[in-house]
Every structure is written in structure tokens, then in C-alpha cells.
Write a protein that binds this ligand. Structure first.
Ligand SMILES: NC(=O)CC[C@H](N)C(=O)O
Length: 220
């Protein structure tokens, strides 16, 4: 399994995503201006502040040449994971439902959160079980997941709510405690917390590695 990690101007978590993916497969960095996914089997859109978060988080990055390729790749069933700013970019691109709004505190917050697995059948959660609790760090200003009630009902009915903040851990005010969602097919997943920063017990938790191991378990 070869992972491609997209780098935009202002991305800051691509190296950790690259190192996390390298623990379970091969990885390489993909440049935003190149309309070329270099034959990878899975794409990670990582965290950071693409294009300085100007206009609106993810709003500029979704027009990068590499994103046109990511859209085609996702439509063909390719595995795509958006982490934090990557989640924001995928929502802006319409690859995932909903939007990320400023945290209710209107402040940048960095803290460890517990996430509950709601759907363990997606390409990025298949080595977990429903109800598993994953301890993963979160760090953002614009992480309050939002979608209209009718969309949320549909997402819940389709199993597209993949991860929820455990009771007491929804620090950003996300609707229905939603931390991560998938597209209808389950090959595209996005979440606000950072699994790539939780891959080694030495730094507090290796729970994040399960997302990368899930993708690696999908036949390439
Ligand atoms: N860690 C990140 O990816 C930061 C995400 C983002 N641009 C925000 O603060 O909302």
C-alpha cells in the first residue's frame, strides 16, 4: 500500500502523516501544484493552514491542481483521508458532506480527546470495532462540524458518522458530537483530530495508527 500525502503552501502536518503512513506501508509527498498522484493507492490530505487559511479554511486549497486528481481518484473508489485542515479541504471540495465552522470558543485549542468509533466498516476504521475509544490530539480554530438536521439524519442513517467525541470531549461545539464523517461509499473519510500525532505510545497514544493500518488492510 502506497500513501500519497498532499503538501499545500501552509501545510504543517505532512511529515507526521508521512511518518505515520510509513509505519504501515510506503509513502510519498504530493505537491499541490502537480496534477499527478504518482500512482499511489491512498491519498492523505493533512493538517495545517493551507494558503494561510485565507478567505475561509480550505476554500483556496480545494482549487489546487492536485485536488482535481483527488476528486477523480475518490470518485473511482480510491482511499482518501482528510485530517483537520484536510477535512476542511474535502468538505469545501464537496467530497465530504457538511462544513467546519469556528469553535464555539472562537479560540485555537490544542488538547487530547477521546473519540468513539461509530462506524468500523470504512476503509479508514476497519481494524477498529464499534464503541472503541481512541485517544487522539486535536488542535484547531475551525473544527465545529456543522450540517443541517436533515443531512445529519441522513448521515446517521447511512452510517456516515464515523467518529464522535466521547461525552465531555466535544470542546469545539460540533453538532451531534461529530468528529469524523465519510462519503456514502466509505472510501473518503475526514476527521478533525490528528491520528498521525498518535502513533507511538512514547508520545501518549498509538490509537491513531489504527486509521492508517485500516487503509493498509484494504487490498491495493
Ligand atoms: N491543525 C490544523 O490542521 C489546523 C486547522 C485549521 N486551519 C484551523 O485552525 O482550524
Amino acid at each position: 500500500m502506497k500513501f500519497g500525502v498532499v503538501r499545500f503552501p501552509g501545510t504543517c502536518d505532512e511529515v507526521d502523516a508521512y511518518l505515520a503512513a510509513s509505519r504501515v506501508g510506503d509513502a510519498e509527498i504530493l505537491w499541490h501544484a502537480d496534477a499527478d498522484l504518482k500512482g499511489v493507492d491512498a491519498v492523505i490530505v493533512p493538517g495545517g493552514f493551507s494558503y494561510g487559511d485565507h478567505l475561509r479554511v480550505g476554500a483556496v486549497a480545494r482549487f489546487a491542481p492536485v485536488m482535481a486528481e483527488v476528486e477523480t481518484f475518490a470518485a473511482d473508489g480510491g482511499l482518501v483521508l482528510g485530517i483537520c485542515n484536510g477535512f476542511q479541504v474535502l468538505c469545501e471540495a464537496g467530497l465530504l458532506p457538511g462544513a467546519l465552522l469556528p469553535n464555539t470558543s472562537l479560540k485555537f485549542t490544542c488538547r487530547q480527546v477521546d473519540l468513539e468509533v461509530v462506524n468500523a466498516s470504512t476503509s479508514w476504521t476497519n481494524v477498529t470495532a464499534v464503541g472503541d475509544v481512541l485517544s487522539i490530539p486535536a488542535k484547531h480554530t475551525t473544527g465545529r462540524y456543522y450540517a443541517p438536521d436533515a443531512t445529519l439524519d441522513e448521515l446517521e442513517a447511512n452510517g456516515q458518522v464515523v467518529l464522535k467525541y466521547a461525552p465531555g470531549h466535544n470542546f469545539n461545539g460540533s453538532v451531534r458530537d461529530i468528529a469524523g464523517v465519510s462519503n456514502a461509499a466509505g472510501n473518503v473519510v475526514g476527521l478533525m483530530p490528528h491520528p498521525e500525532h498518535a502513533v507511538d505510545p512514547l508520545t501518549g497514544s498509538a490509537d491513531g495508527l489504527k486509521l492508517f493500518a485500516s487503509a493498509a488492510a484494504v487490498p491495493a
